[in-house]
Design a protein around this ligand. Structure first.
Ligand SMILES: Nc1ncnc2c1ncn2[C@@H]1O[C@H](COP(=O)(O)OP(=O)(O)OP(=O)(O)O)[C@@H](O)[C@H]1O
Length: 214
């Protein structure tokens, strides 16, 4: 489904954070990316999710290189193929919680009515008990994280990339999130999670540990 071929990336004028990195992520599996803080887990997810362009090497989707597509094509792929949960949730502070959850689905031209119904189901599943009119400034970090997860899940993407999705959650809520990630993989998605959480690592089918200079 998704692979990296000799993937290399350095931030401006820095040493490579990712160097000649090759692996394949199969559909229907969960992979945990682990390693010490600063080793490049988020950077790798941004590369796999086409939010950063590699300095060398490729990101391949179903065998086709997708890292060097034009911006509009990459944006379309990101909306239709990738679900991304950012470490800091990255919600739009100017919009309501509900609008945040359904925004990608609307971009994909899903009907608003359908998107809202599924959004409610997801919010309930993840135990987010907030009024839909609330804005991100009025909710907790853990709620924001689960709302970001709902937004990514609503689009039902074949590739699901999550950066520390349980970072702000209590163990019971973390378990719900872990089960949801496993369910996505059972439905055929390729799930890749950057995490420090031993419970997430334990629950994944595969573990990849990045070193300090991976
Ligand atoms: N935009 C940026 N510009 C320059 N350097 C950056 C940028 N973003 C991250 N870095 C650096 O790249 C390295 C890898 O960062 P990254 O966030 O990928 O690590 P991480 O493994 O996800 O860390 P953590 O576990 O703390 O989230 C770090 O040294 C970081 O300081």
């Amino acid at each position: 489904m998704l692979s990296a071929e000799d993937l290399t990336f350095a931030y401006a004028d820095g040493d490579p954070i990712v160097a000649e990195w090759t692996t394949t992520f199969e559909a229907g599996t969960t992979t945990a990316i682990t390693g010490p803080s600063g080793c490049g887990k988020s950077t790798l997810l941004y590369l796999l999710g086409l939010m950063l362009q590699p300095s060398a090497g490729h990101v391949m989707l179903r065998g086709t290189p997708v890292d060097a597509l034009r911006d509009a094509e990459r944006a379309r792929l990101r909306a239709h193929t990738f679900g991304f949960v950012f470490q800091d949730a990255a919600l739009d502070a100017t919009r309501t919680v509900l609008d945040n959850v359904i925004e990608t689905a609307l971009y994909r031209r899903q009907s608003r009515h359908e998107a809202i119904q599924t959004a409610y189901e997801l919010l309930e599943r993840f135990g987010v008990e907030i009024r839909e009119a609330h804005r991100p400034g009025q909710i907790s970090g853990g709620q924001a994280q689960r709302i970001a997860l709902c937004r990514a899940m609503l689009a039902d993407p074949p590739v699901f990339l999550a950066d520390e999705p349980t970072g702000n959650l209590d163990p019971a809520t973390s378990e719900t999130v872990i089960q949801a990630l496993r369910d996505r993989a059972a439905d055929g998605a390729c799930v890749v999670v950057a995490t420090h959480d031993p419970a997430v690592v334990e629950a994944c089918d595969r573990r990849i540990r990045l070193g300090a200079a991976s």
